[in-house]
Ligand binder design. Sequence first.
Ligand code: M6R
Length: 617
Amino acid sequence: MCGIIGYVGPQQALPLVMDGLRRMEYRGYDSAGVAVQDDLGAVGVARKAGVLANLEKLILDDDLKLPGSTGIGHTRWATHGGPTDRNAHPHRDVTGRVAVIHNGIIENFAPLRAELESAGVELTSDTDTEVVAHLLAAQYDARPGDLAAAMGAVCRRLHGAFTLVAVHADAPGQLVAARRNSPLVVGVGDGEMFVASDVAAFIAHTREAVELGQDQLVSITAQGYDVSSFSGGSADFRTFHVDWDTDAAEKGGFEFFMDKEIAEQPQAVADTLLGHFDGSRIVLDEQRLGDEELRTVDKVVVVGCGTAYNSGMLAKYAIEHWTRLPVEVELASEFRYRDPVLTRDTLVVAVSQSGETADTLEAVRHAREQKARVLAVCNTNGSQIPRESDAVVYMHAGPEIGVASTKAFLGMVVANYLVGLALAQARGLMYADEIGREFAALEKMPAAISETLTRMDRVRALGKEISDSRAVLFLGRHVGYPVALEGALKLKELAYMHAEGFAAGELKHGPIALIEEGLPVVVVTPSPKLRPLLHSKLLSNIREIQARGARTIVICEDGDDIVAPFADTLIELPPVPVLLQPLVATVPLQVLAAEIARTRGYDIDKPRNLAKSVTVE
Ligand code: M6R
C-alpha cells in the first residue's frame, strides 16, 4: 500500500524525498506528493494524481523550488477517494500549517469528519486522511510546542491501520511519525534522520535502522530520535542493521525490476539457504520455539495470500512427506472468519514476502489468540508479521520491488521446506544425514535455476506468439498444480488476461469445457523417471486437450521423449528431484507472463490496480 518517507537533516529535502519515493513507488502509484518545510517553518506542498513521473513533471513545469531541509513524501494506493489531485497526499489543515501523509485506513474517519464539519471545518478531499491534519492542528494549538504529544492525542482517537507522518510550520526541523498495524522504520544517519515505510527508501544514505512497535510514535530532528507510546510513555523498540545494499534496490541495467528479480533467483535461493544448516542441523533465524514445542505439534496450518498461498500449497506436499503431520493450507483472508480449529499444538506457518500483509497479520493474531504457535516465513526484516510470531525463517531474497512476486516465491518455497525439515529433525523423523542430503539437493538448485534461465529465448518467443490470446490455462498434478496456480496468477496480474490454474485431473470434471481451437494450455509435467504413474496420467490429459484443439505448451524434464510428440511448444528443464521441480518449473511461467505483458505494452513492475504490500483487509 502507500509508500511514505520523511527526512530531516542538513541537505535539501526535496531531492532526497523524491529519490525515496522512486524507490518505493512499487507500494502505490495512484498519486504522489511532497511537503517541504523551509527554514522559517513554512510548508510548501506539491501533489499530483498518477505515477511519480507526473509529480516530477509538475515540479519541473511549474518550477517549484520547495526549498528546505525537512520534508515528507507519499506514493498512494487509493482506498478512500479516487486517484485524483485533490485526494493526493500530503493533506493539510485549513491554515496550511500542518501537512500529513498516511498509509492505511482510518476506520472511524466518518464520525471524525462529521465532528469536524459540525465545527465548521471545510474538508477539501474525499480521503480518510484529511481528518488527521485538522485534528493535529487543533491538538497542537491545545499544547503548543509539543508536536509529539499532539500526534499521540490524535492517534488515541483513531481506529484502524495507520502510519502517519506530519510536519508543522510552528515546529521547524521536526517530523513526527506514528504507527498502528502499518509499517514504519526510522533510518538513523550521521546528522540526518529518515522515517519510511520501507528501508529501501533510505538505504542509499544509512543502513542503521529502528523498528517501531505497535502504537508507538517517533519524533525526529537532525540530531536524533525519540520513541514513545501514544500517551507519551516509554516504549520498547529494536535497532537493526540493514544488510541489503543500495544496488539491491536498483534496476542494475535491466528494463524492469521484475526482469532483474527473475535473473536474481539463483542467488535468492542460495541466500535463503545460507546459514540455515550448520552441518548437521537445520537452523531457524529467530528460534523462539524450542525443539520440545516442535515435537508436540500435531497439525500444521500454512496461511498466506496470493503467491505466498501458492508457496504454502507446495509446503503441504513437502511437510507432509517429511513429517507425516497433517498440513492445511488456507488463504489468510479467509482464515479467521471461519473459526478454524486451532490448539496449543497447532503450528501456524505465516508466509509473507513483505511481512506486512494485513490479511496474514490478522491470521497470525487470530492464531495466537487461540494459543496456537506461529512461525513466520518472511523476506523483510523489521516487519510486523515476524515481530508478532514465535519463530522466523527469513528468506533473505533481497528487496523485491516488482509488484509480481518472483524471487520471493522461490525463497518462500525453500524457506517452507526448511520449516518442514526443522520439524522432521525436532521430531526425530529424519537422521542428520538424511536432512543433510535434502539440504545438499536444495544447494544444487541455484545451478539448476541458472541453467533454466539460459533457456528462456523460446519462452519469450512464445510470449510474443500468444500475446493476443483471450485466455491461457495452466495444468499440473502434485507439485505441478501449485506451479500452475502461480503461472496463472502471474499472467492475470501482469497481462490482465484471463488465466486459470487447474489440477490436471480435475479437467474432466468441468474445465475441459473451456478448451477451444487454439487455446494455449500450459502443462507442467513431472519427471517420467521419478513419477512414471503421474507422468502417464498427465500425458493422457495432454492428449485429451490436444484432441479438442488446444495449443499444448509442455514444460517437461530434459529428454522426455514420451511427451514431446504431443507438445506444440516444448520447454525442457534440467532434471531435479520431485519436490524441487517447482523451483525450476515456475521460472518459464514468470518469463512467459512478463513477455506477454510487455508485448501488450504494459508496465510489468506496476500492474494496474495493484500494490506490492497490501496493508488493508
Ligand atoms: O507480501 P506478501 O507475500 O504477504 O504478499 C502477498 C500477496 O499480496 C502477493 O503474493 C501477491 O499475490 C503478488 N503480487 C503476486 O505476484
